[in-house]
Design a protein around this ligand. Structure first.
Ligand SMILES: *Cc1c(COP(=O)(O)O)cnc(C)c1O
Length: 492
């Protein structure tokens, strides 16, 4: 057995951890012992492709899955990226490297994991002899739903159904979703807000009778959310890859630590950096950047996690999160892998919306992490400045990271820092455009074209195609009718 549950220590195989996502006790699955990087990964030679780098990491995390199949999965997962390096590193200045994680089909970093997860789910199902169709069901406030649709599109033995709030996503995001291709994708608008859609999906997952009805049709429901270990592992890859690129190009000496700055929401992306570091990658400080929803900044600085605070809608919406679900995995490590202490903290979070770290756990947290936040006006100013001084266009999420780094450097020694660029600026054409002086119109897609014209930067193909893509999904449902909508989609 390779994985354990953070709250019960229940042991499961890699395949079970991937197929279940969440443990029945509510905990998350983590590797029983974090694997050690092998010397040929430190660094990966320049001629080792990104896919082969990914295969090496997959084999370390999933030793009980078929290694040849993992290699095939790694080869297949990046075919739809629009950059040959998959996750290229570009220098913003001497001390700042940008890790471009937005070259996948939906132009945001979720593709790095969601182009691979469906293949891992399929392999896990095969490994466990699961013959039923794996029906992914998810509610989305925008980005994740589209990335899941693209990832599961036409993957045999799976389907993907996404609910989105009719008036709760941007026009561009809606267009991205309703034009999704694939015979096994279903996109349904809900008359309600995101919370309504999310609550509706949870109710369907908890409905035993509905599950039994689906089972008779050889269908089993599953989720693709960010706590699945199959989403985390693909994210470990790019830290090894970026570090290798920086060493191979002579920008970094092999023994010199590399700081990492990550715009954070659910804490998945930055946790992957922590994993890479503890596998032996010489990373230094991990800078956790938050927007105005700075629950993580306060947590890192005080040890108190407290969700009793106003929720702010910001121009970096994928980071508008108050409960960072992947933090549980780090907490488990910080409390010395003691599942009882961890379960107690999680109980308090649920009951009181608040918990406080024990003193030694806080010390351990602050030794490795720093937390800094940036509000919307600072984010806009950063987009403007970076464009003016470096000619680089960055999206609002990336700008939160760059602004946090700038503030952090006011008190810390300057070291080479890798900053995750998590979305294409063209995906947020209106906020990015107005930050550099354009006046936004009423159509984000048209504004993406105008932004490309004004900056003379190439418009990503995925946006260009969107302009002429036919609408394939028109279903709309009331909240109460969501189960019927799923049934109609899965059992027409
Ligand atoms: C999801 C997302 C983030 C936050 O990543 P987490 O893994 O949730 O911390 C940051 N930027 C963009 C563009 C995202 O889509």
């Amino acid at each position: 057995m390779t994985y354990i549950c953070t709250r019960t220590r229940e042991q499961v195989s890699s395949a079970q951890a991937i197929l279940r996502g969440l443990s029945p006790a509510g905990g998350l699955y983590i590797k029983e012992a974090l694997p050690k990087a092998s010397p040929d990964m430190l660094p990966f030679p320049a001629d080792v492709s990104y896919a082969r780098r990914a295969a090496a990491v997959l084999r370390l995390f999933f030793p009980d899955l078929d290694g040849d199949k993992l290699d095939e999965i790694a080869e297949a997962s990046y075919r739809r990226f629009d950059h040959p390096a998959i996750a290229p590193v570009t220098m913003l200045d001497d001390q700042t490297a940008l890790l471009e994680l937005y070259h996948g089909p939906t132009l945001a970093f979720k593709d790095m994991a969601l182009q691979m997860l469906p293949r891992l789910v399929r392999l896990a199902a095969q490994t466990l002899g699961e013959t039923r169709e794996i029906a992914i069901l998810t509610a989305t406030s925008g980005d994740t739903g589209k990335a899941a649709l693209e990832g599961f599109q036409d993957v045999p033995g799976t389907s993907c159904t996404v609910f989105y709030p009719l008036d709760g996503v941007s026009k561009l995001q809606q267009k991205q979703m309703v034009t999704s291709a694939g015979e096994n994708t279903h996109v349904i608008a809900v008359r309600g807000n995101f919370d309504d859609a999310q609550t509706g999906v949870k109710a369907i997952f908890n409905d035993r009778a509905f599950a039994e009805k689906l089972n008779e049709r050889q269908i089993v429901l599953s989720s693709a959310n960010s706590i699945n270990i199959g989403r985390l592992v693909p994210q470990v890859v790019y830290y090894f890859s970026a570090w290798s690129d920086l060493v191979n190009s002579g920008r970094l000496q092999p023994g010199e630590p590399l700081d990492v700055c990550v715009p954070t929401g659910n804490f998945g992306d930055i946790l992957a950096a922590w994993y890479a570091k503890h596998m032996g990658l010489p990373l230094g400080r991990l800078l956790c950047a938050s927007n105005h929803n700075r629950v993580l900044t306060d947590f890192i600085n005080t040890g108190v996690y407290d969700i009793h605070r106003p929720f702010h809608k910001t121009i970096s919406p994928s980071m508008d999160i108050l409960i960072s679900s992947n933090l549980e995995r780090l907490l488990f490590e910080l409390v010395g892998r003691d599942e009882k202490t961890l379960a107690d903290l999680m109980r308090r979070l649920k009951a009181d919306g608040r918990y406080e770290l024990p003193e030694d756990a806080l010390t351990a947290l602050q030794k490795e992490f720093a937390g800094v936040s940036a509000d919307d006006s600072e984010t806009v100013e950063t987009i403007r400045q970076v464009y003016r001084t470096c000619g680089q266009l960055v999206d609002p999420h990336t700008a939160v990271g760059l602004c946090a780094l700038k503030k952090y450097r006011e008190t810390a020694p300057a070291r080479l820092t890798l900053v995750n660029a998590t979305a294409s600026p063209f995906k947020f054409s209106q906020d990015v455009g107005s930050a550099i002086g354009l006046t936004p119109g009423d159509d984000a897609l048209k504004d993406a074209f105008r932004l490309a014209d004004a900056t003379r930067l190439p418009l990503p193909q995925a946006i260009e195609k969107l302009a002429s893509a036919p609408v394939r999904h028109t279903a709309v449902t009331e909240i109460a009718d969501m189960p019927q909508a799923v049934w109609q989609a899965l059992c027409p």
